[in-house]
Every structure is written in C-alpha cells, then in structure tokens.
Write a protein that binds this ligand. Structure first.
Ligand code: 13P
Length: 338
C-alpha cells in the first residue's frame, strides 16, 4: 500500500466526529512529577502498570480513537505478555507516539523555547512504525510575556514543526502538530488571542513551505484563554475567541483540531470543548480533545499506585472520556458531573 493510503486509513480510523485522543505520552521526568503528586514512585514497573490500566480500561474505545504513547510504552507488555500497543488496538484505538525530545531555551530569543529531536527522526519513525505507531506528536512551546514570543521564536518553532511534519509524512505517519501557547501568566483573553493568531499563522505558513499535506495532519492547539493568574473567561467567550482566530489561520483542508488541556481543570476543558462544538457550524474541521491531564487526573488520583484501585480508576478515566465525547457532540452540561 502507498504511504498516502496508509495516512488516509489512519485519518479515517482517528476521525469519526465523536471520539478524541488520549495523550499518555508523559516523558519519564513528567510522569514522575504526576506520580509524586499521588504518592507513587516512578519505576518502570509502575509506569507499565499505570499505562496498562489506561489502555485496557473497558469501554475506552467508545470515546477515544487514538492514544499518544511515550517511547518506553511502545516496548512494554501487560501482565499476560501482550504488547501495550496491541492492547490499544484491541479496543479500536490507534497507537501514536511522541517523537520530540523535549525543549530548552532558544538561543538569541530570551524567554522563547525550542524543541529538540530532528536528528535521526526518519530512522526513529521507521522503527516506531514497525512497532505499531501510525501517527506521531511533536510539541513546540510558546510562553507569553510582554515580549514573548519574539519574531525569531515564531519562525524557529514553526520551522521545527514543519520539518517534523514533513518527515512523518515521508514515511507514511500522520503528524499531530502541537504548538502549545502556555496558559501561565497574567495576560488577558485578547493577548492570548493575538499570540495564538501569530503562532497559528506562522505554523501554517511553514507547513506550506515544506509541502506538508494538510489533509494528513491533525492540529493540537491550546484554547484561547486568559492567563492562569488573570482570572477566567466563560466557556462561551473561550469558544468564540478560539474559533474566531482558528478561522483566520487554519485552512479548511485540516480534517481535525484536537485541543490540549494545558493546565485547565478537567471540567473546564470539557465545558470549553462543548461550547466550541455548539458553534461548530462555523468550523470546517472536527473539534475534539487530545487531553493528558484533563483525562487522566481523576483516574491517577483514584489509582494511587494500588492494584485494588485499578477498576475504580478505569471507571474515572472512561467517564471523563465519555463526557468529552458528549462535548464533541455539543451535548455536555455541568449537571452530568457527579
Ligand atoms: P495536557 O492536556 O495535559 O496539556 O497534555 C497534552 C499534551 O499532550 C502535552 O503535550
């Protein structure tokens, strides 16, 4: 089969108007922090047990069409020796893989960041593909300050995302393009909208320059919200601003936009997605979720590293996924929260 056929099939399996993506790709450092918050020490076995819990949660495949894995998980197996990517596939969930290697400061642009990992990427992608991964994720990070992101930050980060995306498509892997504008700070909704507009514009300009076929991509953006230290906006305000800026910058050829949760509470992330989908007549793309914290936090708390908590933790995960599925249909309301 041709590479385009591979990507066509992956897009069709991922995008059905009613299911989102579970991000379970925390790096070893990040998962250690999340585990610490619930009193679990991060050993390889603990990470395997936890990710087995997630991927084998009964019914997860009703609400989730894809899962982003961390490289370590791709090589792990459940207690019966079944490779974890196969556990996902068995639930009708397409395995994907985080392929960037984290971030650091961008030289020449104080306050901006840049993501590492292009060296050897084509070879790594081939190897991930042979182990079952059909899509990939790469995250660029943009802090907002009075002077960030800079013009250099915008162009350098967009260039990385475009080179990554083109490399994925050259081996038949669908790239998730993730420009995360951070929620940290005191900026207001207007400033967030203005920054996201510049970011998304620069990213689509770069994807075009690099010949990336937008039909075989998924965008994973932040929602347009005020900074965390600046108070909140209503779901209706978030939805209106987010959609206004997306419409200005993201071509209709992109099939789906799956938002990150970025530090929003689980309930805010669901309410905001629901408000977005109530306006979906204005959106040429599917509007879904690709949450890590907003899907996992209640489940991880319920688990707390104890085998006897696996079932209740799986129920929490599937319930959060179900509520976000309802938000994709515009049918969520706060009274559904128990
Ligand atoms: P959050 O939903 O927790 O922001 O994580 C999404 C993600 O994949 C970050 O790269």
């Amino acid at each position: 089969m041709s590479l385009a056929n591979d990507m066509d099939r992956t897009i069709a399996d991922l995008i059905d108007g009613r299911r989102g993506i579970l991000a379970a790709d925390e790096s070893t450092g990040t998962i250690a922090k999340r585990f610490e918050a619930v009193g679990v020490s991060s050993t390889e076995d603990a990470r395997r047990d936890y990710r087995t819990l997630l991927l084998s949660a009964p019914g997860l495949g009703d609400y989730v069409s894809g899962v982003i894995l961390y490289e370590e998980t791709l090589g792990q197996a459940d207690a019966d020796g079944r490779p974890l990517p196969e556990v996902a596939t068995g639930q009708g969930i397409v395995p994907g893989i985080k392929v960037d290697k984290g971030k650091g400061p961008l030289p020449g642009a104080p306050g901006d960041m840049i993501t590492y990992g292009l060296d050897g990427l084509a070879e790594r992608l081939e190897s991930y593909k042979s182990r079952g991964a059909r899509f990939a994720k790469w995250r660029e990070v943009y802090p907002i300050t009075d002077h960030n992101p800079t013009d250099l930050g915008l162009s350098a980060n967009a260039e990385m995302l475009a080179r990554y995306a083109a490399t994925c498509q050259a081996v038949g892997i669908v790239p998730i393009v993730e420009p995360e504008v951070l929620i940290d700070g005191e900026h207001d909704l207007e400033r967030s909208a203005a920054v996201n507009e510049r970011v998304w514009h620069s990213v689509y300009h770069a994807l075009h320059r690099h010949g990336v076929k937008l039909e075989y991509t998924i965008l994973k953006p932040s929602m347009v919200t005020p900074g965390k230290e600046a108070g909140t906006a209503s779901p209706e305000q978030v939805a209106e601003e987010t959609l206004k800026i997306l419409r200005r910058t993201v071509p209709a050829a992109v099939p789906a936009i799956h938002f990150l949760s970025g530090g929003q509470s689980a309930t805010d992330a669901t309410a905001n997605l629901n408000a977005l989908n109530q306006l979906r007549d204005k959106a040429p793309w599917q509007l879904g979720f690709s949450y890590a914290r907003a899907l996992q936090e209640p489940a991880m708390k319920a688990w707390a590293g104890k085998p006897e908590n696996v079932n209740p933790a799986q129920k929490k995960l599937v319930e959060r996924a179900r509520l976000n599925h309802l938000a994709m249909l515009g049918e969520y309301n706060a009274s559904l929260e128990t």
